[in-house]
Ligand binder design. Structure first.
Ligand code: V0V
Ligand code: CO
Length: 153
């Protein structure tokens, strides 16, 4: 029986019993050319607080994570010229780059997306920032949005 869209009831496989595998928006990823200036903008304009900063070598990014309720704004700037975000920044300038959806199991969500015909950018879940486990899905198979599946821990 359906328990409503806000139910957190879960199946053994990690999927929400009634609402699929996406449990929340974890973060919006915004690529910027000047990380400190962008952090200053969020602090001064909204009183937002930086809760985490990290360099993620695999992705070639430096990140500042700001809290927005139980979700995050992830400001990203490239740390090397050959990184995905450096390429994107050169092409588009600063702007919204990806959406991170929270899932209970990155593996379950990834398997489900791949089974549905979506092109994965990561063959298997891998480390993201702040100790998360993540996998990316190609924007060309997801209505023009780069999707990141984010599992805590
Ligand atoms: C590229 N395209 C995008 C896009 N990036 N469309 C929507 N959103 C984006 N972010 C489009 C682009 O306009 C082209 O379309 C096409 O895809 C091919 O793009 P490209 O410029 O040739 O770039 P590629 O193919 O070399 O690389 C694009 C992908 C790459 C998405 C494959 O960025 C990637 O592997 N991303 C996953 C890793 C990542 O983004 N890491 C940074 C965040 P047209 O012009 O052909 O129509 S790290 C992070 O968030 C972490 C660690 C975390 O949260 O924990
Ligand atoms: Co992200």
């Amino acid at each position: 029986m359906s328990t409503g869209v806000n139910s957190s009831e879960q199946t053994a496989g990690g999927a929400a019993a009634d609402g699929g595998v996406l449990t929340a928006i974890d973060h919006v990823g915004i690529v910027v050319d000047d990380l400190d200036a962008a952090v200053g903008f969020y602090e001064q304009t909204f009183g937002a607080k930086v809760v985490h900063r990290e360099r993620v070598e695999k992705d070639g990014v430096e990140e500042a994570l700001l809290a927005a309720g139980g979700n995050y704004v992830q400001l990203l700037t490239p740390t090397r010229e050959d990184s995905a975000v450096a390429k994107w920044l050169a092409k588009h300038g600063s702007g919204l780059h990806h959406v991170g959806y929270r899932v209970d199991s990155c593996q379950v969500a990834l398997d489900r997306a791949v089974a549905a015909g979506v092109r994965a950018l990561d063959a298997a879940p891998r480390p993201g920032s702040r100790g998360t486990t993540v996998a990316f899905l190609h924007p060309k198979s997801a209505y023009g949005t780069l999707i990141e599946l984010v599992q805590e821990g």
